[in-house]
Design a protein around this ligand. Structure first.
Ligand SMILES: [Zn+2]
Length: 288
């Protein structure tokens, strides 16, 4: 847990960098929904062409601000990683998933930004706004580092406002995905590239472990759909995260849950079989 929230100091929130992500005394209900990618287009635009500024009123302090937003309809989904991370042709949509108030420091997944009770707003003002030092961006688009910092800010906000465990786990998952996006997009001639990638892969692994831990916990405390995912996709995601982080026994537990459920479609069973085979190969070659 030590370094998972490093970087919050630059926003004045170093005091929250050691916060316990999933362990609350009390929690409050929140709504959840997933975005879906949309249809492709012929002329491929650049990232900055897909971004526009949307006006937002802060649900915590009432301040009006502009937020960079992505026109998802123009982005082309090309593939999905084993853990369901979407890949778009010209933009990493994950960099634009957070809405953050530059004045009070309230940040959340954009789809949840307006869901804030007066009690939660008070907690954010008391624990975040008092020491928050602001957000400034120069460029038209967000860098990976900026996107990672925004997600960390949303994560501590979720802890402070006692958001759902699954919401925190999902933000951890996005942090892992963004870290992967960061090393994937690294220039080939950057000095010390291999070392950097190795350290980013370790960070990614920590985020994915936290995501798996939070989602597993959410399984006991929340009912489906969790994070907009129905049971089969959720179990598949857990199987994938446990597989990626080397927790093969847990991964197989979820794979078996999927494979033994007669009601599930072949599509998801095929994906689960893919994980089962990968684990069998690793175990057989003694790499475990
Ligand atoms: Zn605000």
């Amino acid at each position: 847990m030590a370094d998972i929230l490093s970087g919050l100091e630059s926003m004045g929130l170093g005091n929250l960098s050691k916060v316990d992500l999933f362990n609350d005394k009390v929690k409050q209900p929140e709504k959840k929904k997933e975005q879906q990618p949309e249809k492709p287009k012929e002329v491929r635009p650049e990232e900055k062409d897909l971004i526009y500024e949307r006006s937002v009123e802060c649900a915590c302090c009432g301040h009006q601000f502009k937020e960079k937003t992505i026109r998802m309809g123009k982005a082309k989904l090309v593939s999905q990683d084993i853990d369901l991370r979407p890949r778009y042709a010209e933009v990493d949509s994950l960099k634009y998933n957070i809405t953050a108030c530059p004045v009070c420091g309230y940040a959340a997944l954009t789809k949840d930004f307006s869901n804030l009770s007066p009690g939660q707003a008070r907690m954010i003002k008391e624990k975040i706004s008092v020491s928050f030092s602001g957000l400034k961006y120069e460029a038209e688009i967000y860098s990976y580092d900026e996107a990672i910092a925004r997600n960390k800010l949303a994560l501590v906000n979720s802890v402070v406002k006692r958001g759902k465990i699954s919401e925190r786990a999902y933000i951890c998952l996005v942090l892992g995905w963004l870290t992967r996006g960061k090393y994937d997009s690294m220039a080939p001639d950057i000095p010390g590239r291999n070392k950097l990638i190795e350290s980013l892969k370790n960070e990614e692994n920590e985020f994915l472990k936290k995501a798996a831990e939070g989602f597993t916990e959410a399984l006991h405390k929340e009912s489906f759909p969790i994070c907009g995912l129905e049971e089969s996709t959720f179990f598949y995601l857990l199987a994938a995260l446990d597989y990626e982080t080397g927790n093969y026994k847990e991964s197989m537990r979820f794979v078996e849950k999927i494979l033994t459920n007669k009601a599930l479609p072949e599509r998801i069973k095929d994906k689960a079989r893919g994980i089962k085979e990968a684990i069998a190969e690793i175990t057989a070659s003694g790499k475990e």
